[in-house]
Design a binder for this molecule. Structure first.
Ligand code: PMP
Length: 385
């Protein structure tokens, strides 16, 4: 059997249950889906026009592996100006979305048996990439500390095999922004134990409260900080597959070889379009999300659900603990009995929650939340019966 001769780590990989539940919703007639983290906006017109212009100008050949210098300079200028992360184009690799940036970063630092700490609930990608690199994912449960990182708990997980920690703020699936105590705890741990800190900040432009801080603000650990960014969320460009990573030059010079030998470069016609995207202020998207967030939060609270108030991204993560059901059963039943799809919390390492997404139209949100209310009402009645 040739299958038995494959790289054994591919057998540890799990298919994304997020996609599975989105598919289930699609196959169920009339089902409303609040599952996918995909903006329901179109890519800004000037970005599209620039891509067309690049095609018309025959900018369709091989380019620098790390991305056009002009784009890398724009990214470095943008990070410095918009986010105070002073950096230079020589530190930037333009990647195929944040997904490739995460893969390249983790592949570049993990030796077999190395441990990587993941504050959990977390986006599924980290664990699967770590396993593929023959590393060991170590989950730091944040559910008992309002999804913040407790310094003592973090210290307790560090061993002589700990290589890195992955931070995601605002977080997918909770929408939580890490507070300064959490960031300081990681800062101290990184200093003391020479840990890499991978900052998945893909939702940082979608923040609805004051007081956001990124780990990249710590200037004394720049040599071990790797920033991962994406054009997908703020500019509604999920299908363009454009993102980037920024690292210390010496680290980046090795990471770029992984990128070079696997991806070569992201598509040439999209490079200048990405520069145009950086000029776009996603204020309209944000205003819409602020409104939808307030609506969904009020509806969930009115239903009596325990839900952390998200400070960013476009997700809500209400608890379903009181329904005494695992999250997959809850979501399957909700699809078949109420015609509403959500993503079960187990996908993110938290089986007593579900994830709802509010990047859907107002009418879909209203109908979806009406159905959730009805479903919960039904569960209460059957509990009593
Ligand atoms: N990180 C997080 C936290 C995400 O939610 C996503 C996408 N859902 C990604 C990374 C990957 O984004 P991209 O489309 O840029 O690959």
């Amino acid at each position: 059997m040739m299958r038995d001769r494959m790289n054994t780590s591919v057998f540890d990989l799990r298919r994304s249950a997020i996609r599975e539940f989105a598919r289930l919703a699609k196959e169920t007639p009339g089902c409303i889906s609040l599952t996918l983290g995909e903006p329901d906006f179109d890519t800004p017109k000037p970005v599209i026009e620039q891509a067309k212009l690049s095609l018309d100008n025959h900018e369709t050949h091989y380019i620098e592996n790390n991305g056009l210098r002009e784009l890398r300079e724009s990214i470095a200028a943008y990070e410095t100006k918009a986010h105070g992360f002073t950096c230079d184009q020589s530190q930037v690799i333009v990647t195929s979305g944040a997904t490739e940036a995460l893969f390249t970063a983790l592949m570049g630092i993990i030796n077999p048996g190395d441990e990587v700490i993941i504050p959990t609930p977390a986006f599924v990608l980290y664990e699967e990439i770590i396993k593929l690199c023959r590393g060991i994912p170590v989950h730091l449960d944040t559910s008992k500390s309002s999804f913040q990182i407790c310094g003592k708990q973090l210290e307790g997980l560090i061993t002589d095999r700990t290589k890195a920690i992955v931070l995601n703020t605002p977080n997918n699936p909770t929408g939580t922004v890490l507070d300064t105590e959490s960031l300081e705890a990681v800062h101290q741990a990184a200093l003391k134990n020479d840990l890499f800190v991978i900052c998945d900040d893909v939702y940082r432009q979608l923040i609805y409260t004051d007081g956001y801080h990124s780990f990249t603000e710590f200037t004394d650990v720049r040599d071990r900080t790797i920033l991962v960014q994406s054009f997908s969320k703020p500019y509604a460009m999920t299908g363009w597959r454009m993102g980037y990573l920024i690292a210390d030059v010496q680290i980046k010079e090795r990471l770029e070889l992984i990128h070079q030998f696997s991806v070569v470069s992201t598509p040439a016609p999209f490079q200048k379009a990405a520069i145009t995207a950086l000029d776009f202020d996603p204020v309209e998207l944000k205003e819409t999300y602020v409104r939808r967030r307030a609506y969904m939060l009020k509806r969930l609270k009115d239903m009596g659900l325990d839900v952390p108030e998200p400070q960013g991204a476009f997700y809500m993560f209400p608890s379903i603990a009181r329904f005494c059901m695992d999250s997959a059963t809850f979501c399957r039943r909700m699809i078949s009995e109420a015609g509403l799809a959500a993503t079960p919390g187990f996908c993110f390492g938290s089986d007593d929650h579900i994830r709802l997404t509010y990047c859907y139209s107002d009418s879909q949100l209203k109908e979806g939340l009406d159905r959730l209310e009805k479903f919960i009402g039904m569960l209460h009645i059957s509990d009593r019966g």
